[in-house]
Write a protein that binds this ligand. Structure first.
Ligand code: NAP
Length: 296
């Protein structure tokens, strides 16, 4: 944890969410904020449980929405609620223009609504300080999925990591530390140079097509349709694909199925495999953002 940032005097709403938000609420309350919650099983000093979403928003200086935000129907992501509240104009109009709204991912309809109400929204998952730390549980979760599905150990497995950004770097390093024969595939020469400097094998994306004969597992972190029919056709059918890229992933899943290749889309790993850690990651960054938005 960074130096504790005291939030005394601040009232924030945390609506919906899962175990990550429970951890975050506990932390915010501990550092002095008054936290109004809706749909979270968390109680304690400084925590006010609201029976209705409207009540939750009254008199708050900021709103925190769950990591996945809302779905296409604008239903709030809420693990503990049978009936998910709809985030609509009426609800958001309870917040004065300029109120900070922190959300993990703001899909288009939510983004448009927040912009329409001139709310000052921050997409937490876009921030390096969140994405880099989230890469740790993501990488562990991806490796766990591979271990559960492969008949061989990670040690000695021929693994490829597509993409060498925040997630790819941590994942490739973890695989290498577990003695997998790890090859990083990227298009950016600086990223490839970094991977090489870290002792990893590297391939430029353009070369990939010629190196698919002998691979046990591919981890994709590229949010673009990179594992296409042409690539899939050249893979041994025993290859496992774990696709971490945001939906719809970077794999032609239909084609993979046709070819008998196991390909799995693996969204939201931090919240699934390490919700407590994922909540602590939020707790590291949210107080600083709130203070900055409040002009402290
Ligand atoms: P990032 O830091 O932006 O890295 C993305 C990587 O993909 C970079 O190496 C980038 O290279 C490469 N890339 C992007 N478009 C490409 C293309 N068309 N062709 C070839 N390479 C391309 O992103 P990140 O934080 O690692 O996240 C990667 C993806 O994983 C995102 O979709 C994110 O939402 C998702 N994610 C999922 C989980 C999970 O639990 N499943 C967890 C964390 C993140 P350039 O720099 O050359 O563009």
């Amino acid at each position: 944890m960074p130096a504790m940032q005291i939030l005394t005097g601040l009232t924030v709403a945390v609506m919906g969410g899962d175990a990550r938000e429970v951890t975050l609420v506990e932390y915010l309350a501990e550092v002095g904020a008054t936290v109004k919650t809706y749909g979270l099983p968390v109680k304690g000093p400084n925590i006010v449980t609201c029976p209705e979403p409207e009540e939750c928003l009254i008199g708050v200086q900021a709103l925190i929405l769950p990591v996945p935000g809302v779905n296409e129907q604008m239903e709030l992501s809420s693990a503990y609620l049978k009936v998910k509240p709809i985030i609509n104009e009426e609800l958001l109009s309870l917040l004065p223009a300029g109120t900070p709204v922190l959300v993990g991912v703001a899909r288009k309809p939510l983004r448009e609504l927040l912009e329409k109400h001139a709310l000052d929204f921050v997409e937490l998952m876009q921030l390096d300080e969140v994405a880099i730390l989230n890469a740790i549980p993501s990488a562990e979760g991806a490796v766990q999925m591979a271990m559960e599905r492969m008949p061989i150990t990670i040690h000695g497995a021929k693994a490829m990591v597509l993409g060498f950004g925040r997630t790819g770097q941590t994942l490739a390093q973890l695989l290498e530390n577990m003695y997998a024969h790890t090859t990083v595939v990227a298009r950016d020469s600086a990223q490839l140079a970094r991977a090489y400097a870290m002792g990893l094998k590297v391939l430029h994306f353009q070369e990939l097509i010629d190196y698919l004969r002998d691979v046990d597992v591919i981890f994709n972190t590229i949010p673009a349709p990179v594992i296409n029919g042409e690539i899939l056709q050249r893979l041994p059918s025993a290859t496992l694909i774990i696709d971490l890229a945001s939906a719809p992933g970077g794999t032609d899943f239909g084609k993979a199925r046709e070819l008998g290749i196991e390909a799995v889309l693996a969204p939201g790993l931090p919240g699934k495999v390490a919700p407590k850690t994922a909540g602590m990651i939020l707790s590291r960054v949210v107080p600083g953002i709130l203070l900055q938005k409040m002009g402290h």
